[in-house]
Design a binder for this molecule. Structure first.
Ligand code: FE
Length: 203
């Protein structure tokens, strides 16, 4: 067996982003923590997106996306809207009037401190996810608020689940509660799409 402590992986720090795209009919967006600048001359940015997310297919077809960098003032409702629903069957921009970047895609009107418009240069199939390697067509700073990190979200934004009333398993990523025992090994969280290994038993 490989000597792997999962907890060591949590030592990697991440930001949180709303990645927007448009399928030609409507705006869509999803929450990801997998955005990194990987080269600086020219600037390239890599974004990994789960293939189960509708945005994956839209971005693969259209070759463009916007990365909206969430700031610490983003409320939990932003994560509910963009993280726990599918753009396949819901309009996530219902009730939101987006700003437009030069590429025509949506930019969140609030709760972000900057955005980066990307054009896909290459695509790498990594089984469960697609990795988009992109060049930058536009980038703007919108405020000097601190960026939302994954740790900040876990500590300050995610509501504490009312696990005292529930039995079963809770998703450590988003707080979804599976009311049953045992948790199926191939269970996929319906909100955040993480697998059974990210669930813990409610004591
Ligand atoms: Fe989850």
């Amino acid at each position: 067996m490989a000597n792997i402590e999962n907890s060591a992986l949590f030592k990697i720090s991440y930001g949180l982003f709303v990645v927007t795209s448009n399928n030609g009919t409507r705006d869509n967006g999803l929450i990801v923590n997998t955005v990194s600048q990987i080269t600086d001359s020219p600037i390239r940015v890599a974004v990994a997106i789960n293939k189960k997310n509708y945005s994956h297919d839209t971005i693969k077809e259209t070759g463009k996306m916007n990365v909206c960098c969430l700031s610490v003032d983003a409320p939990f409702s932003v994560f509910e809207t963009f993280g726990f629903k599918s753009g396949r069957d819901t309009n996530k921009f219902d009730g939101i009037t987006p700003v437009r970047s030069e590429n025509g895609l949506a930019v969140l009107p609030e709760f972000i401190n900057g955005f980066i418009s990307l054009e896909v240069e290459s695509y790498i199939d990594i089984d469960s996810h697609g990795m988009f390697i992109c060049t930058v067509s536009e980038a703007k700073t919108l405020s000097d608020k601190e960026s939302m990190t994954y740790t900040y979200y876990q500590k300050n934004v995610k509501p504490k689940p009312e696990t005292t009333k529930s039995k079963g398993y809770v998703c450590k990523i988003c707080g979804y509660i599976y009311e049953g025992d045992p948790l199926p090994e191939d269970f996929i969280c319906p909100w955040c799409k993480h697998g059974a290994s990210d669930f813990e038993k409610i004591q």
